[in-house]
Design a protein around this ligand. Sequence first.
Ligand code: ADP
Length: 323
Amino acid sequence: MTTAVPGNGKVLVIGSITCDLTSFSDRLPQRGETVLGNAFTMVLGGKGANQALAAARAGSHVSLVGCVGDDAFSELVLGTLAEEKIDTQHVLKTEGPTGIAHIRVDASAENDIVMIPLANSRLSPGHIRRSLGSIAHPAGVALIQLEIPHESALEAARQCKARGITVILDPAPAPAEALDADFWPHVDIVTPNETEARLITGIAVTDRESAIAAGRWFTDRGVQRAVVTLAAAGAVVVERTSADSTAVTMQEPFSVTAVDTTAAGDAFAGVLGSALAEGLDWDQSLRRAMAGGALAVTVAGASPSLPQRHAIDIFLQRQAVTR
Ligand code: ADP
């Protein structure tokens, strides 16, 4: 088995790929009602694809392991992944429809979403094992989320950890049922938001103390670092420093004007993975990830809001001048 080279700049993403169909109307319809809308878009989405885009735009070489169908939507999503220079050699094309997210947005940017996994539900532990086995130069960092079957996400974490790849799990969307306890020892970094932290740990995250308690829940179960992301309030990091001790840091947010909070977490995870894969230390990587999340909320939409490397650099240089 080949071992990962830390800092080789490569990021592996194992996750979902969807085509996002979004309708825009002044207000969302009531149950049973029809309203006339103003616009419609059809773009690449899915947490896996979004995090792959975020890491690629942040400067990494990215390989994506996922599953699409054989319909017209598969051509659209594969086309965008190719334009973004993401390696899709391990994206399996199966018979049937590509995953879809059906999104409605009103004039105040309030939205609701129905995500239908379709081909994503066919991303099997076997395909993940085969893909990882055939990658000659493994990535330094793997990004995993929960829009694929849980047993596949768990296998991805297990296989990556065994190869010495740093595993970052974004436990989103928040799981409806308890995650397998086996997950946590295979996860180096977990990045839940407040809702995900509450649903997984059972601890309502309402302030700094409860965020720390939720973070400790993960480190107690074998995770090295838990980053509880708190949107406009920044993040709390709990790090396991030895078998029975942790270190806690509170990360102040960057101040930005938010226009659309979609994909902040995907930008955060993608940029974090990219920075760590590049060999930056934890503090620098976290700072870049928080800048990535902050920049993502200043632009409307999911994938259009994922920042380019130079935008993150300029943003951080300006912070250094103004602070
Ligand atoms: P998710 O999209 O998964 O709910 P969050 O909303 O917690 O994730 O955002 C992830 C990170 O992005 C936050 O920890 C923070 O660093 C940054 N971020 C998100 N929203 C804002 C905001 N309004 N202002 C500044 N930073 C933000």
